[in-house]
Write a protein that binds this ligand. Structure first.
Ligand code: 13P
Ligand code: SF4
Length: 310
């Protein structure tokens, strides 16, 4: 019988021998986050991927995030522990239908959320993430109509913040759309001192109860610096790992979804496990690749996002 593998130890060894960097999103399993060189939100991960000097980027997140890393840093090998780690937002915005949507508004300026495929990005004028969406939309020329895809809830939130009218693609995240407003209100009654922190992918009915709305990183930073001690967290529960690390004396309560579960986990993000991370580094596969012409077309709107985010 094979002796048990010490995944964490071997992953550290692979990292050195391959000159690899492990980038992880906050929604990864805690044990995966603990092995990462950098844990961040979509914008910070894209920036880290663009600037890394490592030969190999091991991306512990979902497919569009690894794709973004490859688009921004093509000379690096990009590995993703499970290539099937998709995203409901990206999957429900197929390039053919997106093109038809765009063709109906030929003069519009197209802002696409980073949670989209490279093919959709390639048809966009600029990309945004949840942390810079307001800033990006504020920079779109005032005389242009705006198309926003694929998250309608983030789109509505941005419209409110910027006062810009936008035509929204009717997409949503299967994780954030199932938070229960009723259970959230019950939790607020149970914890009257708690602040509610929420991700803008949630529906308006849920967001109206929030004391703070922001990207995963913004929510984390807010909870750490707030004088309050208790927080109801309305996003994927993986973020609570870093919240507890940064503020061990505070209490973080995951908001429940409307399906009988106590907390809400992204089924795509959770496809990446410690064992799959170990295997992908050992075998150097699965690797994220894409045609060079597509990469070039998708790079321009992403680069514009990075420039506009400064
Ligand atoms: P952030 O960029 O806020 O981390 O969001 C990523 C995501 O997929 C949210 O569901
Ligand atoms: Fe996509 Fe939602 Fe999962 Fe984020 S939480 S990766 S938006 S399915």
């Amino acid at each position: 019988m094979r002796a048990e593998v010490d995944y964490a130890k071997e992953i550290q060894e692979f990292k050195r021998s391959m000159n690899a960097v492990i980038l992880a999103h906050y929604y990864q399993e805690s044990e995966v986050q603990d092995l990462a060189d950098f844990v961040g939100d979509s914008l910070a991960l894209a920036q880290a991927a663009a600037s890394t000097k490592a030969d190999v980027i091991v991306f512990c997140g979902v497919h569009f995030m690894a794709e973004t890393a490859k688009i921004l840093n093509p000379s690096r090998q990009v590995l993703l522990p499970d290539l099937k780690a998709g995203c409901s937002l990206s999957d429900r915005c197929p390039p053919g239908a997106f093109k038809a949507f765009k063709d109906k508004h030929p003069n519009a300026f197209v802002v696409s959320y980073v949670n989209s495929s490279a093919a959709v990005k390639a048809m966009s004028d600029v990309i945004c993430t949840s942390s810079n969406a307001v800033k990006i939309v504020n920079q779109v020329p005032k005389d242009r109509q705006i198309l926003f895809a694929p998250d309608q809830h983030l789109g509505r939130y941005v419209m409110k913040q910027t006062g810009r009218d936008m035509v929204l693609w009717p997409g949503s995240c299967i994780v954030h759309e199932i938070f229960s407003e009723k259970k959230l209100v019950q939790l607020k009654v149970e914890y009257p001192e708690a602040e509610v922190v929420a991700h803008p992918e949630c529906e308006q009915a849920v967001l109206r109860h929030a004391d703070f709305i922001g990207s995963t990183k913004a929510i984390l930073d807010y909870a750490v610096r707030s004088p309050k001690q208790q927080f109801i967290v309305v996003t994927e529960a993986g973020i609570i790992h870093q919240m507890k690390r940064a503020a061990p004396n505070k209490t973080f309560i995951p908001a429940p979804p409307d399906n009988g579960c106590a907390c809400n986990e992204c089924p795509y993000m959770r496809l990446n496990t410690l064992e799959k991370l170990w295997r992908c580094m050992k075998e150097r596969t699965p690797e994220l690749t894409m045609p060079e012409d597509l990469r070039e077309r998708a790079r321009a709107p992403l680069q514009r996002m990075l420039d506009w985010s400064q």
